[in-house]
Ligand binder design. Structure first.
Ligand code: GDP
Ligand code: MG
Length: 166
């Protein structure tokens, strides 16, 4: 099985940390060279059975200008072409305007979106369920996976969920 996965989320939610956690274990390649116009391959996760190419998606998180809109369209096209989108949220910060903007962008995309609730090491476990309910009202997420990208908690489970969509 193989496929492409785009990672979206506002700054500081832990996108880079997640990449390091996944790719750090089983590294195939890691490159900052632009792949196409606005896409970056951040890493390829490879096992005997699986290859997952992770793409950073710059420009999805804000709209400022005509150029910003252009970048947004390009980012949106990326989201339409991948097998799954990972939408990262920061549970220690909670839901914010940056999240809302990204979720609005995701409305126009049929690709399955996996909600990744990151930084669970920082929160009271009881805070998780209300947060899941809040996010679920905003989008029909294909999967919801709480993780700690920093300590790796539940990241294997996230990889299993991604593999379902390859
Ligand atoms: P990005 O902007 O989305 O790429 O976010 P980064 O990966 O750079 O992370 C931003 C900050 O959050 C850094 O200080 C990370 O160490 C921290 N961080 C990321 N994931 C976690 C997590 O699961 N738990 C905790 N406690 N901190 C995290
Ligand atoms: Mg980053």
């Amino acid at each position: 099985k193989s496929g492409f996965v785009a990672i979206v989320g506002r700054p500081n939610v832990g996108k880079s940390t997640l990449m390091n956690q996944v790719i750090g274990q089983k590294i195939a390649i890691m490159s900052d060279k632009p792949q196409t116009t606005r896409n970056k391959i951040h890493g390829v996760y490879t096992t005997d059975q699986t290859q997952i190419v992770f793409l950073d998606t710059p420009g999805i998180h804000k709209r400022q200008s005509k150029l910003g809109d252009f970048m947004n369209n390009t980012a949106l096209n990326t989201l339409k072409e991948v097998e799954a989108v990972l939408f990262l949220a920061d549970t220690s910060e909670g839901f914010g305007g940056g999240d809302r903007f990204i979720i609005e962008q995701l409305k126009g995309v049929k690709t399955p979106v996996i909600l990744v609730l990151n930084k669970i090491d920082k929160i009271d476990p009881e805070a998780l369920l209300p947060m899941i309910e809040q996010y679920s009202k905003l989008h029909d997420f294909a999967e919801i996976v709480p993780i700690s990208a920093l300590n790796g908690n539940n990241v294997n489970r996230l990889l299993e969920q991604i593999e379902k969509y390859l």
